[in-house]
Design a protein around this ligand. Structure first.
Ligand SMILES: Cc1ncc(COP(=O)(O)O)c(C=O)c1O
Length: 429
């Protein structure tokens, strides 16, 4: 395509997106719990990548990995096709023997915990704090045994864990730490982005998250060995793990390593397998979208924080009925959503408020899997459980969240707050 064709394509897309803007009608327009915010620039970038004639990961993926690790301040980033794949690759890359244990919260997302089960690692389930929805770092010692080799912590809904105490504990006991930061892009603890404290951080770029590629994910790490192992497992288990593959960028390129540095004598390194791998690669068009989203990320982070603050200020009036989310003194969360837990003594149940909101077009969601122990698929899993998991059970019966995504407007937030007020008023009369 010529330069002129691209300009025309860009113009067409820009016009389509200008026409797409919808007016907010309270009670009629859905207020989503999450929403991908993108425009003609992401679609143009994706099409441009497609039109290049190469679909697999290539120059856009390499550029994204560079820019994403620069943003976070990590040495390495490996792009994946989802956050779930990133979690699987993170656990896989540590190559822990079967039978070891990993400490993780009971309130979780399924594919945060599934890689442990899939790799024969026993999850040690801790309860969460009812306001932060994360584990209390002071209770890690109680969960510890000689078999524990790993801690897997999601920063729940973007709320940072107590990373200084967690890392002290991990160092003391020589444990790996994986930070599932899929819901926490832009959140900081003690001035540092979450995902950069432990051995590996993982991200999701599914549309509900802080930025999107349609689907997608990434692992970040400062450990070169881990990054290369992740790359190998991601790419069929092959020996070829250069961060930027010359041949992927140009099929005619000469690679000096191809036949020289291979574990099999005189055998193409690209077809030499050093791990029992997967294929968990994204498409380059996803990375092309991601690069456009990265430009908007500072705005997304600011808006999420502002929306959360506004909701927090207004919903504080209903604290007698709901437990409001809290973050730690050193935490600067960039929230995925606004969680609420209906108090035990409230004159209504979660179902009542959720139905009320949903009927008025305010979307809600439960806190992912709630207590994973209660989910049907996990009934025969060999867990070790620490304590009674009472707060996780409470999440299962009484917690839900509403959105704070960057497309929320002042009018939408006012409508959300008024709807809560209208609901609660019934119980005051
Ligand atoms: C904490 C957490 N981890 C992992 C995932 C999985 O990410 P993906 O949907 O990209 O597989 C999610 C998805 O929402 C999540 O919230």
């Amino acid at each position: 395509m010529s330069e002129r064709d691209y300009k025309e394509l860009f113009q067409i897309l820009e016009n389509i997106f200008k026409e797409k803007k919808e007016e907010f009608v309270p009670g009629k327009t859905t207020i989503h719990y999450a929403l991908a915010v993108y425009d003609h620039q992401e679609i143009f970038a994706a099409l441009k990548s497609l039109l290049s004639g190469w679909f697999g990961i290539g120059r856009y993926a390499s550029e994204f990995e560079k820019q994403f690790s620069n943003f976070l301040g990590t040495k390495y980033c490996v792009l994946t096709n989802s956050g779930s794949s990133a979690n699987l690759l993170a656990v896989e890359s540590l190559q822990l023997p079967k039978g070891v244990e990993a400490i993780t919260p009971a309130t979780t997302f399924p594919t945060t915990i599934n890689p442990l089960i899939q790799k024969g690692i026993k999850p040690v389930l801790m309860d969460i704090n009812p306001s932060t929805y994360n584990v209390n770092a002071s209770e890690l010692e109680e969960a510890y045994s000689e078999k524990v080799k790993l801690i897997v912590l999601p920063h729940t809904l973007g709320n940072p864990n107590e990373m200084d105490s967690v890392m002290d504990f991990a160092e003391e006991h020589d444990l790996y730490v994986i930070e599932d930061s899929c819901d926490a892009l832009g959140s900081k603890y003690d001035g540092k982005y979450v995902s950069t404290f432990g051995d590996i951080g993982t991200f999701s770029f599914y549309p509900a998250h802080h930025m999107t590629m349609g689907e997608g994910g990434a692992i970040v790490t400062n450990n070169e060995e881990i990054s290369l192992t992740v790359r190998s497992f991601r790419d069929w288990g092959r020996a070829c793990v250069c961060p930027i593959c010359k041949i992927a960028l140009d099929p005619n390129a000469y690679c000096p390593l191809r036949f020289s540095q291979t574990p099999l004598p005189d055998y193409d390194r690209r077809f030499t397998y050093i791990n029992i791998g997967y294929n968990l690669k994204p498409l380059d068009l996803q990375a092309a979208m991601g690069l456009e989203q990265l430009k908007k990320l500072p705005f997304f982070i600011r808006k999420r924080k502002e929306n959360f603050e506004k909701l927090y200020r207004e919903l504080s009036a209903f604290e007698d009925y709901f437990i409001l989310p809290k973050s730690l003194p050193k935490a600067e969360p960039c929230w995925f959503a606004f969680p609420l837990t209906v108090r035990e003594n409230a004159p209504f149940k979660r179902r009542d408020i959720v139905d009320f909101l949903e009927k008025r077009k305010i979307a809600t969601r439960p806190l992912f899997a709630g207590n994973i122990l209660r989910q049907p698929a996990y009934q025969n899993v060999d867990f070790r459980v620490v304590g009674k998991l009472e707060n996780s059970d409470r999440v299962m019966t009484s917690s839900f969240f509403v959105g704070v995504h960057p497309a929320l407007t002042e009018d939408m937030i006012t409508y959300m707050v008024n709807t809560f007020e209208e609901f609660v008023r019934k119980f005051k009369e």
